[in-house]
Ligand binder design. Structure first.
Ligand code: ADP
Ligand code: MG
Length: 372
């Protein structure tokens, strides 16, 4: 049994996973730091890093216990190398490299953004690129084309706030505190989005912008002043959520063939759509995305626990992603994406490193890593 051990510590979730073949989750334990940061209203980087370090040993034990496996079963160690908080990333990478040296196993540094897409491969094990991804998290609202494993082309992004960031800020304005996105989701369920409508941001092309919407909410709350009722808050939460969700889906819609084209087989191009990242846990987004994509492409949205940060997606990305550009020939020649072939050759993923053989080069942590 050759498993990939995944470690994720980029922000405020500590997670350890064991994944088989890059497709089957045997364990995915997640410790959320929300209680630690709640009194500060947001993530405190130093506290987050220290907590990752304190939690990792227990989480490792727990993951092995849940998987019914031990270190001997691990063939590859995968760890998030960015983007994220520098101190937090360093903790994960340090632990991964320590384990790699102790167990003589290769360690692969993984791009967290790639991980969000690879969560979909854990959700539908037969899913293969090419696909269109909408990655919506606390820091990103990106539309990406993935023509093949390990290759991503950004075709749309946000000009200012990311969708998750907008949800978090709106939640704070509505008095919901941290973490905002899930709380706003819950409040919106008892609201009417049409009672206090908010503008729907719409830029030309495939660009998003959520800062104007945020300001509109601020003014609406200011106008209501002290008279604001719980129902007003719920209605505004629902209106805000609707504006963000419809804006996200408007651009996705532009990228998809029409149902008529699909029926005439004239659409070409995109047949698989993945919506992922923390915001993909949102109730309305899940419902509306299914409606928008239906009859035009196949939609995969990971379950909520694989949408928010987790180590299973990091393990999957390390095992399934193609080697970095320039090394493509090696895998193309072998012609195989099979896990066995991948484990036989050096680990893949963005930065593949071999440990234990004496030629160990450290994984580069990159807090502002982009898609490539
Ligand atoms: P990161 O940005 O660190 O990669 P995640 O991918 O876990 O983090 O995404 C976190 C973001 O997802 C936060 O902004 C959070 O508010 C948002 N989020 C989580 N659940 C929901 C939800 N149900 N509705 C809206 N936003 C959500
Ligand atoms: Mg994330």
């Amino acid at each position: 049994m050759a498993l990939t051990l995944g470690i994720e510590t980029s922000c405020d979730e500590t997670s350890v996973a064991l994944v088989e073949n890059g497709r089957r989750v045997l364990a995915n334990v997640i410790h959320s730091q929300v209680d630690l940061h709640r009194e500060f209203g947001g993530v405190v980087p130093e506290l987050a890093a220290r907590d990752h370090l304190e939690r990792l040993p227990n989480l490792l034990d727990l993951a092995f216990e849940q998987a019914g496996a031990g270190p001997d079963d691990v063939g590859l160690i995968a760890v998030t190398r960015g983007p994220g908080l520098a101190g937090c990333l360093l903790v994960g990478v340090g632990v991964a490299e320590g384990l790699g040296a102790a167990w003589s196993r290769p360690v692969s540094g993984v791009n967290h953004l790639w991980g969000h897409i690879y969560a979909a491969m854990l959700t539908r094990p037969e899913l293969e690129p090419p696909l269109l991804g909408l990655v919506v998290s606390g820091a990103h609202s990106d539309l990406v084309r993935m023509p093949e494993h390990g290759r991503f082309e950004v075709i749309g992004r946000t000009r200012d706030d990311a969708a998750g960031e907008a949800f978090d800020k709106a939640a704070r304005m509505l008095g919901l505190g941290y973490p905002g996105g899930p709380a706003l989701d819950r409040l919106a369920r008892s609201g009417n989005p049409n009672r206090r409508r908010l503008p729907r941001p719409s830029l030309a092309g495939l660009e998003y912008s959520f800062s104007g919407l945020k300001t509109a909410l601020l003014y609406r709350l200011r106008d209501l002043g002290r008279d604001v009722t719980d129902q007003d808050r719920a209605d505004l939460a629902a209106a805000f959520e609707q504006s963000v969700v419809e804006s996200l889906l408007e651009k996705l819609d532009q990228c998809l063939p029409t149902r008529g084209e699909v029926a005439r087989r004239a659409g070409g191009g995109i047949q698989e759509v993945v919506i992922c990242g923390g915001v993909a846990a949102n109730t309305l987004l899940r419902r509306r995305a299914a409606e928008v994509v239906s009859g035009r492409a196949r939609l995969t949205m990971p379950p909520p626990e694989l949408c928010t940060d987790n180590a299973a997606m990091i393990a999957a990305a390390a095992q399934l992603a193609s080697p970095p550009r320039g090394e493509v020939a090696r895998s193309a020649g072998g012609g195989s994406h099979s896990p066995a072939a991948q484990l036989a050759s050096p680990p893949r993923g963005e930065v593949a490193r071999s440990a234990g053989g004496g030629s160990h080069s450290p994984i580069q942590v990159d807090p502002s890593l982009g898609w490539d």
